[in-house]
Design a protein around this ligand. Structure first.
Ligand code: 5AD
Ligand code: SF4
Length: 493
């Protein structure tokens, strides 16, 4: 492939407009930003309007349900937009990125002539060359797993881009997964586990903190399998990395997602004990409460192993809360297996959780199992599980009423004069306040709950804790454009 991308400094090209539509997980949200950053030096600026775009990128997700069919129907719609642009003398390019691109590469080229570029998640740093290649030769496809670390070549975000994205940012620390759960495509679409070196992650976080970011969520398909090279030449764990990042001035909150129960080591538990910046909210998917199903899923842990992991966290931080992912209707799941899942949920008590009906992913071992659960049974189990989870989530949110909790303020809310921030548990909290407090963590007394949002007022100004030293300040106008961290959308682990 062509050499790593170098910015076209002083290029006289007129700006071109780029529209990215991202599906799925946090990793895709982050990757979309990296693609924008990599194409910015090529003269691309982002647009929200697909009709005015010169380049449309579909950043696809392959994790659940008919993912590729959805991509083809979206491409059908885009074909009309592209043809309309051509009638007006404008050339529009279309790229398919993400996990469907990885899984279906050639098939997309064959089935969708409208597509100019197909690019897998490991090759985003080659986007400029792939577009140039497509411009000259018609189409371009790259879905290999190159040995080089793509992160070393992806352009860092410009200060304006960081500020426009708000005070909360994702940073990828690890990609891929070696666990091979039998239902999951991730090991095939994202490849083997690769961890970024500590120094690179620290550089990224320093740059983000310098331009107003206050909260970092470290992401990876199996984030707590992190084993990146430290400055001492040794392999660092996620816990050690979190200790290092907590020392960066301006970073007031740290999170990580998504974790695998098997990879929770003592350093991660110790990080929750020792680091006030590490939020006491852990997304720890279990998928099922039945040991028989967990074995068939190749999860490499039992339900008791999972309970013990939860206990280790709870022993060091009493206020820690958990969320999880569940699959109902995995092939061979009987009523008693499902009962075991309900029993586990009842015992753990979640602040929230995602539950999905099993859907076979082509190429995964579970897709070969013939003993399937009927659609009606799956629907019924999903409803029962979601009712239980919803009741736990409501109780968790209700319990905040009347308490005073720390809120990191993110942006202006829809109602004039109101700001929105997030609690430690990612609950949105609304207060009437001046936008100067955006980027600060302040105590809020919670008065009521409206659906999933907490409403409250700033606790006595005298109680307000001073901000840790920030090296730059985010202005209200920058923040008005800032997007809120999406609620945890999960992938992997
Ligand atoms: N069917 C249903 N749910 C799935 N997930 C992953 N693969 C499948 C599948 N084939 C869910 C898991 C995972 C989450 C990101 O998506 O619960 O944790
Ligand atoms: Fe890996 Fe998670 Fe997928 Fe299992 S479910 S293979 S741990 S990404």
């Amino acid at each position: 492939m062509a050499p790593p991308h170098a910015p076209h400094q002083g290029s006289m090209k007129p700006p071109r407009k780029l529209h990215i539509k991202s599906y799925g997980c946090q990793m895709n949200v982050y990757d979309a930003q990296r693609m924008v950053d990599t194409l910015a030096p090529e003269g691309f600026i982002e647009t929200k309007t697909v009709e005015e775009a010169d380049l449309v990128i579909l950043n696809t997700c392959h994790i659940r349900e008919k993912a590729s069919e959805k991509v083809y129907s979206e491409l059908g719609r885009l074909r009309l937009v592209k043809e309309d642009a051509a009638r007006h003398g404008r050339q529009m390019s279309i790229a398919v990125a993400g996990c469907v691109a990885q899984a279906e590469g050639q098939e997309i080229i064959r089935r969708a002539p409208v597509v100019d570029v197909v690019v897998g998640p490991q090759s985003y740093h080659h986007l400029p060359q792939l577009l140039a290649h497509a411009g000259r030769h018609g189409r371009a496809l790259e879905t290999e797993f190159p040995l080089q670390d793509k992160f070393s070549f992806l352009a860092p975000p410009q200060p304006e881009a960081i500020r426009a994205r708000g005070i909360s940012s994702f940073v990828t620390v690890q990609e891929g997964c070696d666990k091979f759960c039998t239902f999951c495509v991730v090991p095939y679409t994202r490849g083997a586990e690769v961890s970024r070196p500590v120094a690179r992650i620290v550089d990224d976080v320093l740059r983000l903190a310098d331009h107003g970011v206050r909260e970092i969520t470290l992401i990876g398909q199996n984030v707590n399998a992190y084993h990146g090279e430290g400055p001492d030449g040794r392999s660092w764990t996620l816990g050690t990395l979190l200790h290092r990042l907590a020392a960066i001035p301006g970073i007031v909150r740290l999170r990580y997602s998504t974790s695998h129960p098997r990879d929770v080591d003592d350093s991660l538990v110790a990080a929750h004990r020792d680091l006030p910046a590490l939020m006491p909210f852990v997304h720890l998917p279990v998928q099922s409460g039945s040991d028989r199903i967990l074995a068939a899923m190749n999860r490499k842990h039992t339900s008791d192993d999972y309970r013990r992991v939860i206990d280790r966290f709870r022993a060091v931080r009493q206020d820690i809360a958990f969320s999880s992912d569940f699959i109902v209707g995995f092939p061979g799941e009987r009523e008693e297996d499902f009962q075991a899942t309900l029993a586990l949920v009842t015992q753990i008590g979640y602040a929230g959780a995602y539950s999905f009906k099993y859907s076979p992913r082509p190429g995964t071992p579970a897709a070969e199992i013939r003993e399937t659960v009927s659609a009606a049974e799956m629907d019924e189990r999903l409803v029962r599980l979601q009712q239980l989870i919803d009741s736990q989530q409501s109780a968790f949110n209700q319990a905040a009423i009347g308490t005073t909790v720390d809120v990191l303020f993110e942006r202006a809310a829809r109602n004039a004069g109101q700001l929105v921030g997030r609690t430690a548990y990612l609950q949105p909290a609304h207060v009437m306040a001046s936008s100067d407090i955006i980027g600060q963590v302040l105590p809020v007394t919670i008065q009521s709950l409206e659906r999933y949002s907490l409403l409250g007022e700033l606790a006595q100004a005298a109680d307000a804790r001073p901000m840790p030293p920030a090296r730059s300040k985010v202005t209200p106008t920058q923040m008005a454009a800032a997007r809120m961290t999406p609620p945890q959308i999960t992938t992997g682990a």
